[in-house]
Ligand binder design. Structure first.
Ligand SMILES: [Zn+2]
Length: 327
């Protein structure tokens, strides 16, 4: 075991050590093809690309493995972050790991402490926002509960480690500007783009051209209402624009990994464009009619029918109302 792996959940060594889990379970040999021996249920999105899209566990994670290197995109919760790090060892063998966050939200960065020892990237606007979430991360870690799941044995170690977590263990050490950047992961080029404020003011879109695969972060909620965060620097109009630019990265064969919901093709990007465009139009009409914010929030329209995450529907309407009315 290398020092990197031993320190991997940030303080986990002090908290009792991962070895208690058994090296067979966490550090099994490189899985060839199907990802056997992992704690989480990974889907195979393409050669060396794995997705974990169970939506009860937070934002969708992508692990790209190539030639001794691995890129992890988003880390879900404190408990899942630890599992993702362990699983990355299984999927990538002794690969050197790099972390990227698509944006600052806690259901995408909550497990970052498990990657405190590796290079990490996020948009520059994400850093202060991630730092501000430390107490939430520590609470999440302190209450980690994997009862009845394969993460059961990991939870006590995460709970103990969480008392040692600092903001620096969650924040990116490489900040990406508005111009985006390009990473090389083994033999794969990974293009990282920022298309302005949309879901937040720090959204990144990840594209792996050689796999024709795009991870949209939370610019796309597939089959779900979109989450509007009044404190995250969102822009409904910017969201549409960012999705149009994301769509321009896709052709008919592109595999699209959304921030939440199941993996699809470019049709899920188009559905997002339609959702926000129609939401802006519908809310503007209500504002023009003099409908109050509260009454507008009670409304629903045909384009919203059949979507899950119903509990955030009114929130989306309210946020767009505020933006359009300058509130
Ligand atoms: Zn988000």
């Amino acid at each position: 075991m290398t020092m990197d792996r031993r320190t991997f959940v940030g303080g986990m060594v002090a908290a009792g050590g991962l070895l208690a889990l058994g090296p067979d379970r966490l550090f099994a040999g490189v899985a060839s093809g199907a990802p056997a021996g992992t704690l989480l249920d990974w889907g195979d999105a393409g050669t060396g690309a794995y997705t974990m899209v169970d939506r009860s566990t937070g934002g969708n994670t992508l692990v790209l493995v190539s030639d001794g290197h691995a890129l992890v995109v988003d880390t879900k919760s404190p408990l899942h972050g630890a599992a993702i790090r362990g699983d990355t060892e299984v999927l990538g063998g002794s690969a050197s790991v790099t972390l990227l966050n698509t944006h600052h939200h806690g259901d995408h960065t909550g497990g970052n402490a498990a990657f405190a020892d590796v290079p990490s990237y996020a948009h520059k606007n994400a850093k202060p926002r991630i730092e501000a979430q430390l107490e939430r991360f520590k609470l999440g870690g302190a209450s980690a509960d994997g009862s009845g799941t394969p993460l059961e044995n990991l939870a006590p170690m995460v709970r103990q480690a969480s008392s040692l977590w600092t903001a620096g263990m969650f924040t990116p050490d490489h900040l990406i500007g508005d111009e985006g950047t390009e990473l090389t992961i083994g033999k794969r080029t990974v293009e990282i783009s920022h298309f302005g404020a949309g879901h937040t003011d720090n959204d990144l879109v990840v594209r792996i051209p050689s796999l024709n695969l795009v991870h949209t972060g939370d610019l796309v909620f597939s089959g779900l209402h979109s989450f509007y965060d009044p404190t995250g620097g969102y822009s409904a109009g910017g969201w549409v624009e960012a999705l149009e630019r994301t769509l321009s990265l896709c052709d008919a064969q592109t595999v699209v990994v959304p921030g939440h919901g199941v993996v699809g093709d470019r049709s899920i990007v188009k559905a997002g464009i339609e959702y926000h465009t129609k939401l802006i139009d519908a809310v503007q009409k209500e504002i023009d009619k003099g409908t109050s914010r509260e009454n507008a929030q009670e409304m629903s329209w045909a384009f919203m029918e059949g979507l899950e995450f119903e509990s955030i529907r009114a929130r989306a309407i309210g946020a767009v109302y505020d933006e359009l009315s300058g509130g």
